[in-house]
Design a binder for this molecule. Structure first.
Ligand SMILES: C[S@@+](CC[C@H](N)C(=O)[O-])C[C@H]1O[C@@H](n2cnc3c(N)ncnc32)[C@H](O)[C@@H]1O
Length: 276
């Protein structure tokens, strides 16, 4: 697929009415993807999330990982550095190209697959110990049937005792109390300001403003935590553990990010308790 280097984001005349799952590929235009690493600042991000995901995967004995929202490759590279076997998928060719280049810089040849979550099993084969969908990615799906389909596809990629690790912004807080990000987790780059420009129950439109003047947007669906958890259980995940800003228990007040670890296995099967 040819990459379009000069394409710009285009939300038409009424940006807050753009609420479509398929929009994500057009949103990640080359110039935005190029800046994405300034936005997420790999070193700062690694410091703030620490070894949370690595520890959770290792503790549960997971080795073969499918990163379904590779983006520019941050988690794929971190997991490869730690000796995991990783397949790096994403629906955006721009993102995958950047991820591959980032992988090379870190001494890896990423095994990339361009795949949309809604038909993931068409393009990604084999069974995985864990699927990771991180960096507030699931929020790109606007239709409930797309969310159900994507979760069902993630479920189908997993071995019988596999887990899904998925995170999202704390949209409950944004919807109910307004935005007050401590700016500590994920979006740590000093050169960028990320804030919601418009929020209602069907849209969170974020603006990303870079210090060199570049401004980009993402239109996302504000997922309430209870809703995401319910969908996970409805597609078949048996247990869903919740974490707030990478803390082990759900004690944090007003966290910026929520991490879900959904288990396919019944809680009373041998070994399940030790892992949970
Ligand atoms: C917010 S970025 C996060 C990237 C990366 N995980 C990170 O944390 O930096 C969301 C990613 O999800 C991908 N994505 C969104 N919707 C998708 C879909 N339906 N199928 C496949 N990938 C999708 C986008 O292309 C993008 O790379």
């Amino acid at each position: 697929m040819a990459l379009e280097k000069h394409k710009e984001q285009d939300y038409g005349e009424n940006p807050t009415q753009v609420r479509q799952t398929d929009k994500y590929k057009e949103e990640y235009v080359h110039s935005f993807v190029d800046k994405w690493d300034d936005l997420i600042d790999w070193d700062g991000r690694a410091k703030s999330e620490g070894s949370f995901f690595i520890d959770e995967l290792k503790r549960r004995g997971k080795k073969k990982i499918l990163d379904v929202a590779t983006g520019t490759g941050f988690h794929s590279v971190r997991l490869l550095n730690e000796g995991f076997e990783v397949i790096s998928a994403d629906g955006s060719p721009e993102m995958l190209a950047k991820a591959f280049a980032n992988g090379r810089r870190h001494g890896h040849v990423l095994r990339t697959v361009q795949a949309d979550w809604r038909w993931l099993n068409r393009d990604v084969h084999g069974k995985y110990d864990a699927v990771i969908c991180l960096g507030n990615s699931f929020t790109h799906l606007f239709e409930e049937r797309d969310r159900r389909k994507a979760l069902a596809e993630f479920y189908a990629c997993l071995r019988h005792d596999g887990i899904l690790i998925l995170d999202q912004r704390n949209y409950d807080m944004i919807l109910d109390e307004g935005f007050k990000s401590k700016h500590t987790y994920y979006y740590c780059g000093d050169n960028v300001e990320a804030k919601p420009e418009f929020v209602d129950e069907g849209l969170a439109r974020f603006q990303y403003k870079f210090s060199d003047g570049g401004t980009f947007h993402l239109n996302m669906f504000p997922l309430r935590q209870a809703y995401t958890e319910r969908l996970m259980k409805e597609v078949g995940f048996q247990q869903v553990h919740k974490f707030a800003d990478f803390k082990e228990t759900y004690r944090q007040e007003d966290p910026d990010f929520i991490v879900f670890i959904a288990e396919k296995r019944y809680p009373d099967t041998p070994g399940a308790k030790e892992e949970a």
